[in-house]
Design a protein around this ligand. Structure first.
Ligand code: ZN
Length: 418
């Protein structure tokens, strides 16, 4: 994941343009995503797909002829979606188009102007305070033209059409936690799931944030009902603890599983209620869809000082944090895949376990006491309404012990799938 992040880091992405395509092509070399193009001016619900933005170069030259801002050094220097300009102007005029972060004077802020045609530069506040009076040359070699919005999609088919949605975005330029951590985790998770047999189908979206989610939802409205669970993957590589943001209703299977995984991780974590800001859960959980989509992050967007600045770089991410997050995504999927509901086929009083050899089998196991307990819990709770996770939570027994004992009961014809 970290190696892929290093490859994707230099690319200048935005909500449209060649940076997104280049990013998607790199991902496509690892998992077979489809790359889709939606033309500018396409109506998508209340929005319109914008013009396509591309940029070749940009700089500012000071009165002494020195390049004081150079897009080639950092693509954060240019406000995303800046219109082209090549002019000479006074410092006073230039300052109206320069953005800094005085409270973090060493970093370049990240700014966009997608829906208001304008131009601007971002720089460190320290460099900004050194600017001298005189005439500056300002150049942005960009294009804002009719083109298309690009996104990537990968469906790993399972035994059923019920889907688990994993959505991430590919629209930020060179920033790691808030942006690249999502696509790199989704890519590697997709590569892993592609090779194994699953009950559920897994749909991965690599979209520009907001407009991409709106576009995808508007094009796929007829199949939305297949999405039974989902996660928005963002901010996955910093050193903070894991944070789970609940679905809009807060009572979906993904809410229950994520809580269980975090509670059993033996590490600190946060669980927060849904709120209608943030990433693409805003669209998936809008009232017209109300999809059971949560978000598993580390430190939430906006809550780490490096957020939307040049400090959200490759040094801010630790491969072991990405790994830990991936393990937790895998645990959630593993529980989901095994979280079946069963019906006790001998529900009138307890079945006689001894004559089926189930006492003896259990007696030979180290975990026999817990296995016994699990057996009684499963038999009692398997009325077709409680899932294995419900039983694990009620009994305070490990999910995989419950699963293992359930398999033994199935072999002995004491259960059937609900
Ligand atoms: Zn962001």
């Amino acid at each position: 994941m970290y190696d892929l992040m290093k490859e994707l880091f230099p690319i200048c992405r935005s909500i449209t343009g060649n940076g997104v395509r280049e990013t998607l092509k790199k991902i496509q070399s690892i998992i077979p995503i489809g790359i889709y193009e939606v033309p500018s001016n396409t109506k998508v619900f209340d929005w319109t797909v914008p013009k396509e933005w591309n940029i070749q170069d940009a700089y500012v030259i000071d009165p002494k002829g020195k390049k004081i801002i150079d897009f080639k050094n950092s693509n954060l220097h240019v406000v995303s979606y800046s219109i082209p300009i090549h002019e000479k102007m006074s410092l006073q005029e230039l300052k109206l188009h320069i953005h800094t972060l005085p409270e973090m004077p060493d970093v370049i802020p990240y700014l966009t102007s997608y829906y208001n045609e304008d131009w601007g530069f971002c720089m460190t506040h320290n460099e900004f305070t050194k600017l001298q009076e005189g005439e500056y040359e300002v150049m942005i070699d960009s294009t804002l033209e009719i083109g298309s919005l690009s996104y990537g999609e990968f469906l790993k088919k399972g035994e059923t059409e019920d889907e688990f949605l994993i959505s991430c975005y590919v629209c930020h330029p060179s920033m790691c936690n808030d942006n690249l951590s999502g696509p790199v985790l989704a890519t590697i998770l997709g590569k892993y799931l592609e090779k194994i047999k699953t009950k559920f189908s897994y749909r991965f979206l690599f979209i520009p944030e907001t407009i991409g989610a709106i576009t995808w939802l508007s094009k796929n409205e007829n199949n939305i009902h297949k999405i039974k669970n989902g996660l928005v993957a963002t901010c996955l590589g910093d050193s903070g603890v894991l944070t789970y943001k609940k679905t809009r209703n807060g009572d979906a299977e993904i809410d229950k599983i994520s809580k269980y995984v975090l509670e059993n991780s033996k590490k600190e974590f946060n669980i927060i209620d849904f709120f209608p800001l943030g990433s693409d859960e805003r669209q998936f959980c809008s009232p017209g869809f109300n999809l059971p989509v949560g978000s598993l992050m580390r430190t939430m967007y906006g809550k780490f000082p490096e957020y939307h600045t040049s400090a959200d770089n490759l040094d801010f991410i630790k491969p072991e944090n990405l790994h830990d997050t991936l393990i937790n995504y895998s645990k959630i999927i593993s529980i989901l895949e095994n979280n079946e509901k069963y019906i006790n086929l001998n529900p009138k009083c307890e079945p006689q376990l001894g004559k089926r050899g189930l006492y003896r089998q259990l007696g030979s196991q180290k975990n026999s006491e817990k296995s016994h307990l699990a057996m009684f819990w499963i038999l009692n709770q398997s009325d077709g309404k409680n899932s294995l996770l419900d039983i694990a939570i009620k009994s305070n027994l490990d999910f995989y012990l419950i699963k293992q004992v359930t398999d033994e009961l199935l072999e002995n014809d004491l259960l059937k799938i609900a």
